[in-house]
Design a protein around this ligand. Structure first.
Ligand SMILES: NC(=O)c1ccc[n+]([C@@H]2O[C@H](COP(=O)([O-])OP(=O)(O)OC[C@H]3O[C@@H](n4cnc5c(N)ncnc54)[C@H](OP(=O)(O)O)[C@@H]3O)[C@@H](O)[C@H]2O)c1
Length: 423
């Protein structure tokens, strides 16, 4: 079936889960059935029907929503799903466990795809297995369309486009600052973290993926000047603050480096990018940076030990299907700023972007980001020279996503940063 004959624009696959329901809430709240042919997908008809009833009761425009039944472990059902829609928007995770057959089905059918994965070991596997075929079929497989990694990847794209337009030069040094954030966590997210640590404990390629800062670059291009994530407290090279390691750096930095590589190195082969948490000035800033670094280090050690990981999964982490409360989500917010330094003919310059929202980053805002990524794909609002492949938000969609995020209420801004501005 050609893309234009497909019955659906978007299928939200995993619509019964915590993130999937929020994405379906966002899309039915934002668009009408005349604007979007939307279906809900999952493995359990009764649970899907309950979600559909809740959505229909909550809006005036939607009288019903078609259901697409299948199972992540049944490739035939996934092939049918992929052939029924222009875009599959999937929240069925851990992606390491459930994701591969769906990517294969979308690549085969030339169907665009977006997800919420931060599982770098799995993304690398998808690149190695499916990138070339996806280029041939024209499928855009766009990973990491949630809090990891849209603010970092799109924030860098905004900074680079501004620098190129205004100064005729890219930024060779980029710092991503996880400035502020508050929100909850779901069982699905913790299960995905556990799946990635498990992969790393048994699979040498997964371990190598986590060690190499360029592991998501195309094969043959997995080396460069960046040393990898910051692991200790450090003074910042661009701002007068202390910084701590960021828990999202292992994903976001690699995604941004992949964007540079897939786009043909528009920001140079010497492009350096790192993500940190700014903690302020003076002794207080240094102490806070040390506390975060120690906490993250201990967390990493605990998750690397099999029995501890198992104990945390069984007794501490929420179960799959459990998510943050409405109160936690309502109180959530985040700000991610990206600073880039470049050199124009008349001297150095600094550009800064900000992506922020008064919503829980991992759920409320993530649902907006994933939903709008799916809308860009469905409407072919793409600004990228790349025809298809296993891609990132910046290389698979690009600037139109910034426009859509602004329209649904996120702050998305970019400007020159001058010495008169302070932190
Ligand atoms: N990047 C980010 O910022 C971000 C934010 C939030 C979440 N995430 C990621 O998103 C993923 C989902 O998280 P979540 O909290 O929504 O998880 P969840 O609540 O556990 O939802 C998982 C979904 O997968 C479905 N599922 C499980 N096994 C399936 C199978 N065999 N076939 C078809 N469907 C199946 C579940 O269906 P049933 O209801 O039938 O069990 C449910 O709809 C995780 O990987 C998480 O890490 C990322």
């Amino acid at each position: 079936m050609s893309l234009t004959d497909r019955p659906y624009d978007v299928v939200v696959w995993g619509a019964t889960g915590v993130a999937g329901q929020l994405v379906a809430d966002h899309l039915t709240g934002q668009y009408t059935p005349e604007e979007l042919s939307l279906a809900l997908g999952g493995r359990n008809e009764e649970r899907l029907r309950r979600v559909e009833t809740r959505l229909v009761d909550g809006t005036r425009e939607w009288d019903d929503l078609p259901l697409v039944l299948g199972d992540a472990t049944d490739p035939a059902s996934l092939r049918e799903l992929a052939r029924s829609t222009r875009v599959v928007c999937t929240t069925v995770g851990p992606y390491t466990t459930y994701g591969t057959p769906l990517v294969e089905a979308c690549v085969e059918a030339g169907t665009d795809y977006c997800d919420l994965t931060g599982e770098v070991t799995w993304i690398r596997e998808m690149i190695d297995r499916y990138h070339d075929e996806a280029v041939e079929t024209g499928a855009r497989i766009v990973h990491s369309c949630g809090f990891d990694s849209i603010p970092a990847d799109l924030g860098n794209l905004l900074v680079q486009s501004f620098a190129t337009d205004e100064f005729d030069a890219p930024c060779e040094l980029v710092r991503i600052y996880l400035e502020a954030g508050s929100g909850g966590v779901s069982g699905g997210t913790m299960a995905s973290a556990v799946a990635m640590y498990e992969a790393a404990s048994t699979d040498p390629i997964a371990r190598q993926t986590l060690r190499n800062p360029y592991s998501l670059a195309p094969r043959g291009e997995r080396a460069g000047v960046d040393p990898g994530e910051q692991r200790r407290p450090k003074r910042d090279p661009l701002r007068d603050v202390w910084t701590a390691p960021s828990p999202m750096a292992p994903v976001n930095e690699r995604v941004v480096r992949r964007s540079n590589a897939v786009l043909g190195y528009p920001w140079g082969r010497e492009f350096r990018c790192s993500e940190v948490v700014p903690t302020g000035r003076g002794l207080g800033g240094a102490a806070a940076a040390s506390a975060i670094a120690v906490g993250l280090g201990l967390g990493d050690v605990a998750m690397s030990i099999g029995p501890v990981r198992e104990g945390l999964s069984r007794f501490v982490f929420p179960e799959p299907g459990e998510g943050p409360t409405n109160a936690q989500m309502d109180a959530g917010h985040f700000t991610v700023r990206v600073f880039g330094r470049g050199t124009a003919p008349d001297g150095p310059f600094v550009v800064a972007s900000e992506i922020s929202a008064d919503r829980d980053p991992g759920y409320g805002a993530t649902a907006q980001m994933l939903g709008e990524a799916a809308m860009c794909l469905a409407r072919e609002e793409i600004d990228s020279p790349v025809p298809g492949g296993v891609l990132t938000p910046a290389s698979g969609i690009g600037a139109p996503l910034a426009e859509r995020l602004r329209e649904v209420g996120l702050t998305v801004a970019v400007a020159e940063w001058t010495d008169t501005q302070s932190d």
